[in-house]
Structure formats: structure tokens, C-alpha cells
Design a protein around this ligand. Structure first.
Ligand code: DGI
Ligand code: FE
Ligand code: FE
Length: 190
């Protein structure tokens, strides 16, 4: 799909602030895709639509999770996780995107998963470091992302895990599994 058409479709779904975030993720994802040799067009499309479902009601998202037989454990964890798999579903059914790699990059952009694809990593890290993000530690991850994508992913995951733990919140098992798999993989290298 043409970039302008995609942006028009997503703009209707988002607040102005979230749309600006989306533009930041798009630019960052294209940069990372160039640096790490991922598919530029897929990175662009996945980035544009990654937060498509962000403003759907909890009721609608919950119903889709149940009806579409998505992992039930999602319902017991933070509702912030829901817009990612629900987004993949809606981008397919409402927008007509059929590319599974793009849909997976949207599906796993919040939780991560074990054995992430290059495109999934690009979108996950771009979402974390886009220029509109201003939380502690983000500048460090921006620098690392220029050197090593897996290390940037580890830092993003660690920051999120620590942020949730400090707020006394549960951490979704896939997030911990993603972190563990990357750490164990790094150990194997050294
Ligand atoms: O949608 P965005 O705000 O752009 O970013 P996102 O899709 O990565 O959502 C991140 C939010 O989700 C962040 O505030 C942390 C929250 N969250 C809640 N539970 C979990 C979680 N994030 C991860 N990775 N794992 C969780 O278990
Ligand atoms: Fe998101
Ligand atoms: Fe986002």
C-alpha cells in the first residue's frame, strides 16, 4: 500500500499525539531496516499500522481476543498488551493487509516473543526509541541501536520489565521469555 494512503487510514484511528508517535516509529523503523538489512517497505507498513487498535475500547478488544481465540492469558495481564494482537487482526480485516510478516510485527510489538524475526525486532526497537520518546535510558538505547539490534532489544525489554516491576505490575510471560532467550543467546556467543 502507498505510504500516503496508509497514513490517511491510520490517522483516523489515532489522536494527533499518537499519530506523531507513529510518524516517528515509521522514520526510525526505516532507518533500522536500512542499517540491519530488513525489508524497507514491510518495516514502513508495519510501523504505520503498529498502534492501529490503540484507541479501541477494552470491551471491543476483549471480545476480539475471545472470538478470535487469541491467547487467553492476555486477559489476565495488563490491558496495554491487547492493542498489539487486536491491531494485527483489525489491520488484516479492516485494512486488508495480508502479509503475515507485517501482521506478526504488529502482533508482537508490545509483548515481544521468543525467536523474533528481524522485522519484529526492528518494529519493537523503533517503537521504543522513536524521537518522540523521552523516558530515562532512551538515549542510551538509541546509541546501542546503531551498533547492535539484539542488545538494543535487551535494553528496551529490561527497562520495560523494571518499569513494570517497580509499579508492582505483573510481567507478561512472553516479555520475560523474549528477554531470557536473548540473554542466553548472547551468553552462547561469548
Ligand atoms: O503502544 P505504545 O505506547 O507505543 O508502546 P507499546 O505497545 O510498547 O506499549 C507499551 C506499554 O505496555 C508500556 O507502558 C508497558 C505496557 N506493558 C504492560 N504490561 C506489559 C507491557 N509491556 C510489555 N512489554 N510487557 C508487559 O507485560
Ligand atoms: Fe503499541
Ligand atoms: Fe507505539
Amino acid at each position: 500500500m502507498e505510504r500516503d494512503m496508509a497514513l490517511e487510514l491510520v490517522k483516523e484511528q489515532l489522536t494527533e499525539h499518537r499519530y506523531q508517535h507513529t510518524l516517528g516509529v515509521m522514520e526510525t523503523a526505516i532507518d533500522l531496516a536500512k542499517r540491519y538489512d530488513a525489508d524497507l517497505k514491510k518495516a514502513e507498513t508495519a510501523a504505520i499500522f503498529h498502534d492501529y487498535a490503540k484507541f479501541r475500547s477494552k470491551e471491543e478488544m476483549k471480545q476480539i481476543i475471545i472470538d478470535q481465540h487469541m491467547p487467553k492469558d492476555l486477559l489476565f495481564y495488563n490491558t496495554e498488551l491487547w492493542h498489539a494482537p487486536v491491531g494485527a487482526y483489525l489491520v488484516n480485516t479492516e485494512v486488508g493487509i495480508q502479509d503475515e510478516e507485517i501482521l506478526d510485527a504488529i502482533r508482537f510489538h508490545t509483548s515481544g516473543r521468543e525467536r523474533m524475526t528481524l522485522l519484529e525486532k526492528v518494529i519493537f526497537v523503533a517503537d521504543y526509541i522513536e524521537p518522540g520518546r523521552h523516558f530515562p535510558g532512551v538515549e542510551e538505547v538509541r546509541e546501542i541501536a546503531k551498533q547492535d539490534l539484539d542488545t538494543a532489544l535487551i535494553y528496551s525489554l529490561r527497562n520495560t520489565i523494571m518499569f513494570l516491576a517497580k509499579k508492582n505490575q505483573a510481567i507478561y510471560p512472553d516479555t520475560l521469555q523474549t528477554y531470557n532467550a536473548l540473554i542466553l543467546n548472547k551468553k552462547g556467543e561469548s
